[in-house]
Design a protein around this ligand. Structure first.
Ligand code: FEO
Length: 170
């Protein structure tokens, strides 16, 4: 049995990760409509990764014998008009997700739930990568995105991204 607060936060994280998937799906749709198929590809794969994250939280709760409760997924509310908008919103969102992971970690720490802390270690590391990727995308767009050849090259780079399943297996 998990501590009630820890179980509640883990359950809520399923919905938060699915919201992330939905948010990035919206970014993918935005870039596809702008003719930037590479960026659209990058965010489509990002959406898949977020779904994977949600499934990991779900599976962990099931393995712990906890009840899984699925919450409502909000409509993404970010206003997207310029090419920088999804990138800035994505970085801000990943910083928020890091704070959520830290909150669950902190709750697990308070009750000496070492098992949950060990489960969350993967996400702590993953968030470092998520924030770094999001920040790099902003930097590159700022450096090269104002020039059409530069933007074309960036889009070609993001078109190369392929999906790979998460390294954490439960
Ligand atoms: Fe599930 Fe982008 O963190």
């Amino acid at each position: 049995m998990l501590d009630k607060r820890v179980a509640k936060l883990l359950n809520e994280q399923i919905t938060k990760e699915l919201y992330s998937a939905y948010l990035y799906l919206g970014f993918s749709v935005f870039y596809e409509a702008e003719g930037l198929d590479g960026y659209a590809n990058w965010y489509m794969i990002q959406a898949q990764e977020e779904r994977d994250h949600a499934m990991l939280f779900l599976k962990y709760l099931q393995m712990c014998g906890e009840k899984v409760e699925l919450g409502a997924i909000d409509k993404p509310d970010k206003k997207l008009s310029g090419l920088m908008d999804p990138l800035n919103a994505g970085y801000e969102h990943e910083q928020y997700v890091t704070s959520l992971i830290n909150d669950i970690y902190s709750a697990a720490y308070d009750v000496k739930d070492f098992r949950t802390m060990q489960f969350l270690d993967w996400f702590v590391k993953e968030q470092l990568e998520e924030e770094k990727n999001a920040e790099d995308m902003i930097k590159k767009m700022e450096l090269f995105g104002n020039d059409s050849k530069g933007l074309y090259s960036l889009d070609a780079e993001y078109a190369q991204r392929v999906y790979s399943a998460p390294s954490l297996v439960l």
